[in-house]
Design a protein around this ligand. Structure first.
Ligand code: C2E
Ligand code: CA
Ligand code: CA
Length: 580
């Protein structure tokens, strides 16, 4: 009796322990987020035990359903049932985890990762089977998203930069083996900054999106479309021929751009785009080189105006490489003050007396005799990258120091003309710093003339006019340089508060050769006189030109005939001769 009670107690205790551990296992299964099904084939009918968060996964209480495989399958869309069954059979056979399977229920898409473990008897009949199913939909979705982001531009849906470059490289490799070429075209929205400023960043994005989606339609097996930057797209065409080429795409884009893009706020926007095209392997040895060169010619296309297309040319590349090298050397020259000023004399046409000089910048070669390059090449580069500001400051300081020296040494009344770039004049403190420098050097403001070109009026006419008026109020003279090369209309001249008009060399070069140019030259001189401006003829090289100009009452003559630009020391020799 005692024995039996002991046995019952022992069994109860064991049972309790079993129940407790079963509870623990169920708990663990629940927490793991994995669905388990245990099949016991030894029982008849087969006993199935479900463990894990089945209810959550299926979306209904399934504990009451007797589980069988068809129940599970019926939860899926008809067309996915076979797929799932085959997948399960495969993993039962393989006995290991295979790739996940994508299935759909009536209202959801799942990614399931499945495991199976089957034990067999000697006759290879299954004894037991455990399957484990994990819902990895979230992980899959994230990685799909990541995959998308890795390849595509999220704003427009075209390839992103990295992936485009990869695919373009592959294309070039294939082109090598098939002995064909690949074209690449940069497509860049003109004045995109201005558009952004006027419609706002958000609508700017929408515009890029609209345009990108339009370009995306060109994408196919032989044509890649990608986005490299805010408004920069690239299109590559494999083995261009016939109607399949960047040129044709360019023309189609032009056609599309005749109509505006309509944004969600109903704004209609017209845009133009500039394009640059280069071809592999003609325009570079590697895919990357060709991409770089297409970008370089894009900038050339922009320089030439909006809406254009520019094809790769070796000259453009060489010029670009030269400019980059000049830019680098300019930086060094600024740091080491490696510049110098030359002075070219100007004479009164009537009595041949020295009127003064124009200060002209020189860039001596520190290693050689001559100059690195002429200001007509390096000044435009300096104007583009902002280096003109420190360079211009040097010119002002140096010119005024020279004027101060000459004044103290020779006491000859003369005017020194200093070239001033638009960017310098636009600086807030330009007037103050120039007049401070004049005072500092004890120079008479009336002996200083600044030379500006018409380009200074492009951006903010009113502002510039105000500055010029202030300068003239201080006694400083203002001269309009290169007249005849820009927009030069005689009618706008009358509104300009200037003292001197410098007529460009190109005028005198043609005036003697052809009558109509001569007539224009004459009327410019007359008009300028009537408006009260002093006239200067630049680039006078021959006696014939000199006489012609004097007969037409030009005031001042500057040019190689009377004197080339010379160093300060050389110019002083000329001044000594002037001293009475
Ligand atoms: P620019 O202001 O029109 O200067 C006149 C240019 O014509 C000078 O060239 C001068 O040397 C050249 N020249 C003068 N007489 C003759 C002639 O009879 N025949 C020929 N063929 N040329 C003549 P340079 O010194 O090479 O300067 C070129 C341009 O670089 C200048 O044209 C000016 O735009 C710019 N530049 C020069 N120095 C400065 C500077 O200090 N500041 C700024 N912002 N620009 C400068
Ligand atoms: Ca000048
Ligand atoms: Ca000039």
């Amino acid at each position: 009796m005692e024995d039996l009670k002991y046995q019952i107690d022992l069994l109860t205790a064991l049972n309790e322990r079993l129940l407790a551990s079963e509870k623990m296992y169920r708990h663990i299964a629940e927490m793991s987020g994995t669905l388990f099904a245990y099949f016991d084939y030894k029982c008849s009918p087969v006993k199935v035990d479900l463990v894990g968060p089945w209810d959550d996964m299926v979306g209904e209480k399934i504990a009451n359903h007797p589980y069988d495989e068809s129940y599970m399958l019926n939860l899926l869309l008809d067309e996915d049932q076979d797929k799932f069954r085959i997948h399960m059979l495969e993993i039962e056979r393989e006995g290991s985890e295979t790739d996940s399977v994508e299935v759909r229920s009536r209202n959801k898409r799942f990614w399931l990762s499945c495991l199976a473990n089957v034990t067999y008897d000697d006759e290879h009949k299954p004894l037991e089977k455990i399957i484990a199913i994990k819902d990895i939909t979230k992980i899959r979705m994230n990685s799909e998203e990541l995959e998308y982001l890795a390849y595509y531009d999220s704003l427009t849906g075209v390839y992103n930069r990295n992936y485009f470059v990869r695919k373009f490289r592959d294309m070039c490799e294939l082109a090598d083996s098939e002995k064909v070429s690949v074209e690449i075209m940069f497509v860049d929205i003109d004045d995109f900054k201005k558009i952004n400023d006027s419609i706002g960043l958000l609508f700017g994005d929408e515009l890029v999106q609209e345009f990108g989606q339009y370009l995306k339609d060109f994408n196919n097996d032989e044509t890649l479309v990608g986005r490299f930057g805010s408004d920069v797209f690239v299109i590559a065409v494999y083995n261009p021929c016939g109607s399949r080429s960047c040129d044709v795409i360019y023309r189609k884009i032009q056609e599309r751009l005749r109509h505006p893009f309509t944004l969600t706020n109903k704004t209609e926007i017209m845009i133009t785009v500039s394009c640059g095209v280069a071809e592999y392997p003609d325009a570079g040895r590697t895919a990357l080189e060709v991409i770089k060169n297409a970008e370089i010619v894009l900038y050339k296309s922009k320089e030439r105006g909006k809406g254009g297309i520019q094809y790769f040319e070796l000259d453009i590349l060489n010029k670009f490489i030269r400019n980059v090298s000049i830019e680098k050397q300019l930086k060094e020259a600024i740091e080491t003050s490696g510049f110098q000023l030359y002075y070219q004399p100007q004479y009164n046409a009537s009595d041949g007396k020295l009127r003064g000089a124009e200060a002209l910048l020189r860039w001596p070669d520190p290693e050689g005799e001559g100059f690195i390059t002429s200001p007509s090449e390096f000044i435009p580069i300096a104007e583009k990258n902002g280096a003109i500001i420190p360079i211009g400051n040097y010119v002002i300081k140096e010119a005024l120091k020279t004027m101060s020296d000459w004044r103290n040494k020779y006491h000859i009344p003369m005017i020194l003309s200093i070239n001033i770039s638009a960017m310098q004049l636009e600086k807030e403190n330009f007037v103050d710093s120039l007049s401070r420098e004049i005072t500092l050097n004890g120079v008479n403001p009336e002996s200083i003339e600044i030379e500006i070109t018409e380009s200074v009026f492009i951006n903010n006419f009113e502002d510039v006019i105000d500055k010029i008026k202030t300068l003239r109020g201080l006694g400083i003279r203002v001269s309009l340089d290169d007249f005849g090369t820009g927009y030069s209309s005689l009618s706008y001249l009358k509104n300009l508060p200037i003292d001197t008009l410098k007529i460009d060399k190109s005028f005198i070069d043609t005036a003697l050769k052809d009558d109509s140019s001569g007539i224009i030259y004459e009327s410019v001189i007359q008009m300028a006189r009537r408006l009260g401006f002093e006239t200067v003829a630049e680039g006078v090289e021959t006696k014939e030109q000199f006489n012609y100009l004097r007969e037409r009452n030009i005031d001042i003559i500057q040019g190689y005939l009377l004197g080339k630009p010379i160093s300060k020391v050389e110019f002083e020799k000329l001044l000594i001769r002037q001293v009475p």
